[in-house]
Design a protein around this ligand. Structure first.
Ligand code: KG4
Ligand code: ZN
Length: 338
């Protein structure tokens, strides 16, 4: 690990986590995340609640990141911030704070695309894949398959036509009354379940495109056609099996496209990133595929799968070293694309 390089602070507030990290070159000095509690009772994220919480948390989270990194803000060479995509009010808190800090310290500002941050999460605290490589991005807001030819050079192969994979997990978990976000809970229950309990559809609307809204509907039909006693026994005995069947449908749909792309593009490295890359079924099945095909699989460390500022710092330091800077007129872009 390099012990030199620019000392950067990164800030991530695109959704409901207020996060800050400090890096020195490629070395991660600290990574702090303050997750917001309270969205659970609404069954999802309430944008205004999220932005208000960011306003309260941003200063303590940044102070803690600096303290745990063992540095003072005067030593910083630049400020990195997620500029989009995400919730407008949430992004604005981070972007405004980062601009004020860059202005106050008279250091450059570097804006990072949140999806690009996830892509760089396989380079956080590790060597990362060799270029070109195939990258599956699976989060609560995005599901995309890409070939990455070199740092920051992306070729989009396909994306979801409706719900993102994480959104599918969360919506189905909501039908099953498993709380929010339900992805981790489905994963936990699925570990002791039998995926052959029921075969849900694996839809493939295009060669590398995904669609998950039909799966949610078919889970709903599956539940609705049950009698009250059948439902009772489902919740008492078969919930792990149902979760395993749902998880298998999502994982199979994702990995079928991955396998075809590995075949077509003949890359030697595969990365899977984003919140859903924490899923144990996806991790396990992708390892099996990688072994069978002789490709190197790169999964982020579990703490860098879901939203965090360390991945934003990793992307930011690559941009910083390439001389990429953002003007102080930078504004949050909720629908920023790569
Ligand atoms: O990357 P992320 O933190 O936020 C976005 O950029 O969207 O991803 C959050 C998503 C949520 O939908 C959550 O349910 C899902 O990732 N997720 C999981 C797991 N951990 C997080 N889904 C399935 N299994 C998991 N273990
Ligand atoms: Zn994310």
């Amino acid at each position: 690990m390099e012990s030199s390089g620019p000392l950067l602070l990164s800030i991530e507030t695109s959704c409901d986590d207020t996060a800050a990290a400090v890096v020195r070159g490629r070395e991660l000095l600290s990574s702090v995340i303050s997750s917001q509690f309270g969205h659970d009772r609404y069954g999802g994220i309430v944008p205004e609640v999220a932005s208000r919480a960011h306003q309260q948390m941003i200063v303590p989270v940044v102070e803690r990141a600096l303290e745990e990194g063992g540095i003072s803000r005067k030593e910083l060479a630049g400020i990195v911030v997620t500029e989009g995509p995400g919730l407008a009010g949430s992004l604005m808190v981070g972007v405004s704070f980062a601009k004020a800090m860059a202005l106050g310290l008279n250091v450059p500002l570097v804006g990072v695309n949140h999806i690009e941050g996830h892509i760089f999460s396989v380079f956080t605290e590790r060597e990362g894949p060799d270029f070109p490589y195939l990258c599956l991005i699976v989060s609560g807001g995005h599901t995309q398959l890409m070939v990455i030819d070199e740092p920051m050079k992306y070729r989009l192969l396909g994306r979801t036509r409706d719900d993102a994979a994480g959104e599918a997990f969360d919506k189905i978990a909501k039908l099953l009354e498993l709380g929010y976000p339900g992805g981790p809970e489905i994963d936990r229950l699925a570990r002791s379940g039998d995926p052959s309990y029921h075969r849900f559809p694996r839809s493939r609307p295009g060669k590398y495109d995904f669609s998950f809204s039909g799966l949610k509907t078919s889970v709903l039909y599956f539940l609705n056609q049950m009698s009250a006693p059948e439902r009772k026994s489902l919740y008492e005995k078969y919930l792990p099996d149902l979760c395993a069947a749902v998880q298998a449908a999502i994982v199979d749909a994702l990995l079928a496209a991955v396998e075809d792309a590995l075949e077509e593009y003949q890359v030697k490295d595969l990365a899977i990133v984003g919140g859903v890359s924490a899923n144990s079924g996806l991790r396990g099945s992708s390892e099996t595929i990688a072994r069978r095909r002789g490709v190197h699989l790169h999964l982020p460390d579990l703490r860098f799968c879901t939203d965090n500022a360390a991945m934003i710092a990793t992307a930011g330091s690559v941009k910083f070293l390439r001389g990429i800077r953002s003007p102080l007129t930078l504004s949050a872009d909720p629908s920023l694309s790569l």
